[in-house]
Design a protein around this ligand. Sequence first.
Ligand code: PBG
Length: 322
Amino acid sequence: MYRRPRRNRKSEAIRNLVQETSVGVEDLIFPLFLVSGEKKKIPVDSMPGIFRFSIDQMLFEIEECLKLGIQSFDVFPAYPEELKDPFAKESYNPETFYLKGLREIKKRFPEVCLMSDVAMDPYSSDGHDGIVQNGKILNDETLEVLAKMSLAQADAGVDILGPSDMMDGRVGFIREELDQHGFTDVSIMSYTAKYASAFYGPFRDALDSAPKFGDKKTYQMNPANSKEALIEADLDMEEGADFLMVKPALSYLDVIKLLNDNYPLPVAAYNVSGEYSMVKASSARGWIDEDRAMMEILTSIKRAGAKIILTYFAKDFAKTLR
Ligand code: PBG
């Protein structure tokens, strides 16, 4: 036996020398949930450790995260039912709490990288990412709404727009609209391969954004397919996306690798709510070591080829480095 792979595992120091992948806090984007009002910090039952914050409380949270080294945040709004309508009109009302909140975050912490979400579902009385007509999701009509929403968010000062809606042609449509209005510096992180997944359940609880009828299978991708991800990535490249994202992460590590191997753009992966809650729930029962499971999950996503990870574990991870 000349070859003994165990020699490279014989001590912590050697294991560290040969370690190929490591995750740093600079790779992470922390998703945050914003609600209207003030002095609110409401736990999300299905996501232990995650809250819905009013803007005053969110500023404290961001301040704490910055001290831990987290520099990037993706803010999602939770709207009450009375502000929802079929056309998501509230999404581009300049006085709406989400846009005001984004503005305040950038004013208070100009150094953070602030990402926002572009899709109709938080504002839609139908709970879908696009305009619904006779039970169908209209594509091109939805693009107009997404463009208005994107301009309003760019005007609020966000650094990166995250179109999470999966309508065809939206990246190019939004890019053109941004450029025409002078927002040439605003980036787009496209949800390139977003699958119709069971793992979004806890997120929809957090936002009360579950579809009122049907499912999202006519726009989100079929979990059985990976070649389609190449078509989506081709389009996003052509249409001017700055980052490609795969979502969820864990069941789609092969898709992360596929995009990273085939495209020069940085690949991001969204370690979604259900993936977070599975770990939290089993560790609460003493069935799994939470920190080790978190580290293994984040490392595997990075190893597969994601440079950037959107994860609810961001704060937990940053704390383990202290
Ligand atoms: C919707 C959106 C979803 C998530 C981010 N943006 C859910 C959905 O498509 O229904 C899920 C995030 C998560 O589960 O953590 N535009």
